[in-house]
Design a protein around this ligand. Structure first.
Ligand SMILES: Nc1ncnc2c1ncn2[C@@H]1O[C@H](COP(=O)(O)OP(=O)(O)O)[C@@H](O)[C@H]1O
Ligand SMILES: [Mg+2]
Length: 306
């Protein structure tokens, strides 16, 4: 078996891509006992920070791990290999850590983190590439080929790879999208987010996956229950994205903010302690995604915890 690669992407920023990535990584690891690799392709490094803390992201970088170092492998024309850049332990949940200590690993999260340096490395790569008559498209293709080859030997170690994508279409972002089997689109129920979602959807259909609709799982995030938000959500479900699968609607909640604020790289929290009032939402997110992935790809993930 090889990992199912899922891109979490939208051209709009701030719609909960990174938060959804982390919730899903935790939910799939916790409830389904899956081994999840989070690859952060966004130089904002938010999901990396949510999993590893700011200090952990820096420690990873100091150890030569992270997407910015991986990019350097491509620049230096070294043989493609993603393994050396992965932090094998990005677990934040006490239950997963305890099971591991008892040698009964049941669910795990690893990360190929991002770092702010990624932005600078991307820029200098793009400048070099374009000054040698390359184009954004040829760079996206070359990066995609490199990533595919680099991930090939590590994919069998994981059940799911979650690609946290940036809110733009840089060559690296396009390379990531080109690897995906499934696409999760987080969006907020408001007009500007709907606009970004429609643009992302159209671009992806035209350039990456003609059958996006079948591979697309939409999650309305940061939902503030008002008649306006309910109306926008209804339009998304019934008009703009009526051919897509929808996950649960995630409420705007202080519990989400707290869950994403890990105290220290070696601090752990129980699932209920981490997610508190949104535990049920994370549970539903994992469950619905598992059903969706099963229906679309044939994977079968039995429940391991209740
Ligand atoms: N359900 C939620 N409730 C409250 N705040 C949220 C929720 N989801 C995301 N946020 C906050 O909104 C901001 C944007 O979320 P983030 O996941 O970083 O979005 P993106 O990756 O799309 O830019 C962050 O500050 C995050 O903590
Ligand atoms: Mg993000």
């Amino acid at each position: 078996m090889t990992a199912l690669i899922t891109a979490i992407a939208n051209l709009k920023g701030g719609v909960g891509k990174s938060t959804t990535t982390v919730m899903l990584a935790d939910g799939l690891a916790y409830y389904f006992g899956l081994t999840v690799l989070v690859i952060d392709l966004d130089a904002q490094a938010n999901s990396s920070q949510m999993l590893l803390t700011e200090r952990g992201v820096q420690m990873a970088s100091d150890q030569g791990k992270g997407a910015h170092h991986f990019l350097k492998q491509f620049v230096d024309r070294e043989p493609p290999a993603a393994g050396p850049f992965i932090m094998p332990n990005a677990v934040t949940l006490e239950e997963l850590r305890v099971a591991e200590e008892k040698d009964e690993r049941l669910g795990w999260v690893a990360a190929l983190p991002a770092h702010p340096q990624l932005r600078l490395n991307e820029l200098s790569l793009e400048e070099d590439w374009y000054s040698n008559n390359g184009t954004p498209s040829t760079l996206a293709k070359a990066l995609g080929d490199h990533m595919r080859e680099a991930l090939d030997p590590v994919l069998p170690l994981y059940d799911v790879v979650l690609l946290d994508c940036p809110p733009h279409l840089s060559p690296l972002a396009r390379a990531g999208l080109s690897l995906a089997n499934l696409f999760i689109t987080p969006t907020i129920a408001d007009a500007v987010s709907t606009w970004g979602t429609k643009q992302f959807s159209q671009w992806t259909v035209d350039n990456v996956s003609k059958d996006l609709a079948e591979r697309n799982f939409v999650v309305v995030t940061r939902f503030r229950n008002s008649s306006y938000a309910r109306q926008v959500q209804a339009e998304l479900r019934e008009i703009y994205l009526k051919d897509r699968a929808f996950g649960p609607t995630i409420p705007e909640s202080i519990h989400v903010l707290k869950a994403m604020d890990r105290a220290a790289p070696d601090s752990y929290n129980t699932f209920k302690g981490k997610y508190g009032g949104v535990s049920g939402d994370v549970h539903r997110l994992a469950e619905r995604f598992a059903e969706f992935a099963g229906a679309r790809t044939g994977v079968s993930w039995p429940r391991m915890r209740s």
